[in-house]
Design a protein around this ligand. Structure first.
Ligand SMILES: Cc1cc2nc3c(=O)[nH]c(=O)nc-3n(C[C@H](O)[C@H](O)[C@H](O)COP(=O)(O)OP(=O)(O)OC[C@H]3O[C@@H](n4cnc5c(N)ncnc54)[C@H](O)[C@@H]3O)c2cc1C
Length: 417
């Protein structure tokens, strides 16, 4: 054993430790899958390269105290988290439900307003800090007697063995054997690469700048998105203090502009954001530090092989303009867990290709549809040619007036239809 390696509690050096399911990746998707599989008589191991410790959840509300990584969760994702027993801990900490959404074009009069009352729902969605999601899901996974958490433990290699099982070598823990290896190891998925899953990918030519900002006026539980020719800007409502109003921003910008915006000092950044947001919430009073994420669309041609399944970002990454990434990922998790549990009841092992193909069939269509829609939106709103500008402005006004079409769009984006 190399110096500095640490075996998890209760684990001894042996040849291979055997599990029904080994999940690589302890992000939102991996932790949710472990929780969804617990209690069904399966032995589960979750392998995470970083130390899996509960993130700090500060009580203070200021631009420095919110997590700059947030997720806009659909009602369907909230329902899944509730089913997993993780939602209450998130809600007790903090989240911001939004019941209204405004989308508008910087280059015209096109505007769409969505309100939860139009589909009879109590909210359109919930803005949740990612660390609150991880903390709640980690608590659930750590409580599961059938889940072994291995961290810090980095996947070094994985391969099929001659008996049709998966063999997994780790740095930081003894080797494992599994009937099913699940890749929940993110956009650059080492499992996907090691097992030679083909992907289709292209660069959006955008990076997304994320930050928490304090605004002059209250957000009124409304998510806002303004489409600029340089990329979309989203202002997502965060829970304020009454006198202080906060939003999380996701500002997608062409590569050529990102360095310039990232180099601004706080005052210049707030001024630039004020212009980009059309002062829709008044002055931008303060900003946290900013982080820029490269945006690349990726889609695995297949999500499964015998004994292997890809979920969430390991299977697909999508432009964050509609905040659908982890919502699609959580749906993958729910469907894969359903298929594994149903298979167990029929006597089918979790690594059987027939079972895994059912998961792929149920998920690929929806994921592809959402990716194509986001791509179409991005191109439509980037175009500055007059016919495109006319089309999107007329289209937005049209959709806004067409009740049934608008309601269908809303139900789909909320994961309800
Ligand atoms: C700017 C931005 C805004 C977004 N906003 C939204 C939003 O509003 N709503 C939404 O639904 N989605 C949103 N998304 C998408 C969302 O953040 C991702 O879909 C989600 O974080 C993916 O989670 P995951 O668990 O699949 O992967 P990750 O969070 O990437 O987790 C992967 C885990 O695998 C571990 N790992 C990697 N390699 C190894 C290894 N070799 N061994 C062991 N462990 C390993 C990593 O340490 C990590 O913990 C946004 C994305 C971006 C970039």
């Amino acid at each position: 054993m190399r110096r500095g390696w640490r075996l998890p509690r209760g684990v001894t050096m042996a040849e291979h430790r055997s599990f029904d399911v080994v999940i690589v990746g302890g992000g939102i998707a991996g932790l949710a899958l472990a929780s969804a599989l617990q209690g069904h008589g399966l032995s589960i191991a979750l392998v995470e390269a970083r130390p899996l410790t509960a993130p700090e959840l500060p009580a203070q509300r200021s631009v420095r105290h919110f997590d700059t990584r947030v997720s806009a969760l659909t009602p369907r994702s909230r329902a899944l988290l509730q089913q997993l027993g993780a939602w209450d801990a998130i809600a007790v900490y903090r989240q911001c439900s939004y019941d209204h959404m405004t989308v508008w074009d910087a280059q015209g009069t096109g505007r769409i307003e969505f309100d939860c009352s139009e589909v009879g729902a109590p909210a359109l969605g919930h803005i949740v800090e990612n660390r609150a999601l991880v903390s709640a899901l980690l608590q659930r996974a750590a409580a599961g007697a059938d889940i072994t958490l291995l961290s810090p433990a980095r996947l070094l290699s994985c391969a099929h063995d001659t008996a049709g099982r998966m063999r997994v070598a780790l740095e930081g823990a003894q080797p494992l054997q599994a009937e099913l290896l699940v890749a929940a190891d993110g956009a650059l998925s080492p499992v996907r690469r090691m097992l030679a899953f083909a992907t289709r990918e292209w660069d959006y030519g955008h990076r997304a700048i994320v930050a928490t900002v304090q605004l002059e006026r209250p957000h009124q539980a409304t998510a806002r998105q303004r489409f600029l020719p340089s990329g979309p800007l989203a202002l997502l409502p965060l829970p304020g203090t009454g006198a202080e109003h906060y939003c999380s921003i996701v500002w997608s910008l062409q590569e050529s502009l990102v360095a310039q915006v990232m180099a601004c000092d706080e005052a210049a950044f707030c001024a630039a954001l004020e212009r980009a947001s059309e002062r829709c919430l008044g002055a931008v009073l303060a900003s946290s530090e900013r982080t820029a994420f490269p945006l690349r669309q990726r889609h695995a041609v297949d999500y499964v092989q015998t004994g292997v399944a890809l979920v969430a970002d390991a299977a697909h990454t999508i432009h964050p303009l509609a905040g659908q990434g982890i919502n699609l990922g959580l749906r993958d998790v729910a469907v894969l867990a359903q298929e594994i549990v149903a298979g167990r009841a029929r006597g089918t092992g979790p690594g059987q290709l027939e079972l895994l193909r059912r998961y792929q069939r149920r998920r690929k269509g929806e994921n592809l549809l959402m990716m194509a829609a986001m791509d179409g939106f991005k191109h439509l709103f980037e175009g500055e040619a007059l016919p495109l500008r006319w089309l999107r402005n007329a289209g937005m006004r049209g959709v806004d007036r067409l009740g049934p079409l608008k309601r269908r769009l809303m139900r789909h984006a909320m994961g309800l239809g």
